[in-house]
Ligand binder design. Structure first.
Ligand SMILES: NC(=O)c1ccc[n+]([C@@H]2O[C@H](COP(=O)([O-])OP(=O)(O)OC[C@H]3O[C@@H](n4cnc5c(N)ncnc54)[C@H](O)[C@@H]3O)[C@@H](O)[C@H]2O)c1
Length: 442
């Protein structure tokens, strides 16, 4: 089938880099996309409901550790990048990418309010010829069941008047090995015209674009990637609890298994599961599965094991203190790293929060050190008003235990030397046998 007039127009405009790109949600996903389009000489208009973020970006400053201010300011100055909280300007961009949060409610169900609000804002300003792409992670069916009917209530028809697609984000903050350009991008349009328009757009900024047959396939692709991680992390976390009883070092086992040149991908145990994606996204699928009388048992089992790990870590801390004639109550415990992963400044859903909360409830005095998170803001479940402490000699002498939760790049040898007891959930003390009496793997 031939392309509609509007589809041809927008594809030509994209190829000439004359299309204005609107990106909604200036976060970990939205901002790298802004920069990638600007690098390719596209003009970008960013949208965010947070006036502080808008003001910061307008000044050419960054609020994300993974993005330097200079990268933003060069494009603000050159006029490539503008940003606004005025959503009536959504009629301006030719292409609109939606990168808003998709969290869970208290009852662990998809919280779609951000996608809904954004879709309504796009609807109010929808004009012929626009391409709308959802990038937020979500359950299969969101694009066609939730967004499409709302946009078509305008009277405009998908595939001829406007174009709608889903393309999941594969951003890995802090990963220096792969740039946005290098990470292949899966795309799927609602109609074949939508597919051609969305492929034309991403081909301008991504080395390899992978078209799939429907938005539902693309939506599930992203979920599969995250469920795969969640299940494998749960597997090694469960094995670590067993090997602890057996007196076997799980890290040594994984290292040995990794020498197999095929059929094995290493996953590592830790203090639990964190971040915006892996603890949350799988439940989007379990929720949708209910509609099909289906229970996603692997997802629940992995969730159960990973949610239990902070309790296991606290039990190990308790045993270690007990071995020194101490209790958690009244002990000063230093948490090393509160970010959910190494060398990032993001503590969303971090297992550190659960561990700190459990220890505090048992009467410990909690301190933390994180070079990337100077103070702890409030989170979905926890509100711990603390500031990062400096790792002075005095502090390390005065605590009863240090708990390595995140393996940030810091000097662990010094910590092990000075602290009376170190509980290590990340194997950062590997090879420090000299101090093995005061190291406990958890
Ligand atoms: N962070 C990651 O590594 C990552 C990776 C892949 C996919 N994702 C997915 O991408 C989506 C966005 O995640 P993120 O990490 O960028 O989130 P984020 O919280 O860093 O950024 C979201 C931004 O959207 C803004 N926002 C909220 N509601 C809005 C609205 N109605 N209109 C405009 N702006 C609004 C927020 O102020 C915030 O700046 C989520 O679905 C997430 O699951 C994230």
């Amino acid at each position: 089938m031939g392309l509609s007039k509007k589809a041809n127009e927008i594809i030509q405009k994209i190829r000439k880099k004359k299309s204005l790109v609107g990106i909604i949600g200036m976060g970990y996903v939205g901002l790298p996309l802004v920069l990638r389009f600007c690098e390719e000489d596209f003009k970008v208009l960013g949208f965010d409901i947070d006036p502080k973020k808008v003001a910061t970006l307008k000044k050419g400053k960054s609020y994300l550790k993974s993005i330097s201010s200079s990268r933003i300011s060069q494009f603000v100055r050159s006029g490539h990048f503008n940003v606004t909280d005025d959503f009536s300007r959504l009629n301006k961009p030719d292409c609109i990418l939606i990168c808003v949060p998709t969290p869970l409610t208290e009852k662990m169900e998809p919280d779609l309010q951000y996608i809904e609000k954004t879709t309504d804002a796009a609807l109010q300003n929808l004009r012929k010829g626009q391409l709308i792409v959802l990038e937020s992670t979500t359950y299969p069916g969101t694009t066609e069941e939730l967004i499409l009917p709302r946009l078509e209530s305008s009277g405009l028809k998908v595939g001829t008047d406007f174009f709608l697609a889903f393309s999941p984000e594969r951003e890995d903050p802090g990963n220096k090995r792969f740039t946005t350009y290098q990470i292949p991008k899966v795309v799927a349009g609602v109609t074949s015209s939508c597919q051609q328009v969305v492929t034309a757009l991403y081909s301008q900024i991504i080395k390899k674009v992978i078209p799939v047959s429907s938005p539902r396939v693309a939506e599930l692709t992203k979920l599969l990637e995250n469920i795969y991680r969640s299940v494998n992390i749960a597997l090694v976390n469960e094995l670590k609890m067993l090997t602890d009883r057996m007196g076997i070092d799980i890290w040594e086992v994984i290292e040995a298994a990794s020498t197999k040149p095929f059929g094995f991908s290493p996953f590592y145990p830790g203090p639990g599961m964190g971040g915006h994606c892996i603890p949350i996204d799988p439940y989007y699928l379990s929720w949708k599965a209910r509609e099909y009388d289906f229970t996603t048992r692997f997802i629940f089992l992995a969730g159960e094991i990973n949610v239990h790990i902070p309790y296991y870590v606290v039990a190990k801390i308790q045993d270690a203190l007990n071995g020194r004639g101490k209790s958690i109550k009244g002990s000063k415990i230093l948490i090393l790293g509160v970010a959910y992963k190494k060398d990032v400044d993001d503590a969303r859903e971090s297992p550190a929060l659960a561990i700190m909360n459990l220890l505090e409830k048992k009467g410990a005095t909690i301190l933390y050190h994180d070079p990337y998170i100077p103070s702890l803001p409030s989170f979905r479940k926890y509100s711990l008003k603390l500031k990062s402490s400096s790792l002075t000699e005095r502090l390390l002498h005065k605590i009863d235990a240090a708990v390595v939760v995140t393996d940030h790049t810091i000097d662990y040898q010094r910590i092990v030397k000075l602290a009376p007891l170190v509980i290590d959930t990340r194997n950062v003390t590997k090879g420090m046998d000299r101090w093995k009496k005061k190291i406990v793997k958890a």
